[in-house]
Design a protein. Sequence first.
Length: 129
Amino acid sequence: MAQLNFGRFTAGASGGTVVIANTAAGTMNITGTVSTIGGGSPSSASFNISGHANQEVTVTLPADGAVNLTHATTTDVMNVATFSVSDASPLLNASGEATIFVGGTLTVPNTSIARGVYTGTYNVTFAYQ
């Protein structure tokens, strides 16, 4: 299991977005005036699901815009505009296992936002069908 990590970046004059792909590689794409900086490790989240063999599972992610990341020492926030999943209805294999990847789009405000670490939590629900 790995955490969703938007990496290290600067906002630039007008901000933009940081997008992490919902793949094993979890590639990072940026828009607007956002620029990457060294030392970060952007990655998708991974979840290992287990249950009965050949069982279908439904994955539910948070609603668009429902999750904020909060600065460690200020009240500044950045919003996760969307989450995406590699497979919203994975089928568990013959051993009763599957792995899914969750990516997302982080909205980055302009340079008025504080530098530093931003963290947050979100729920992913798995339901057997």
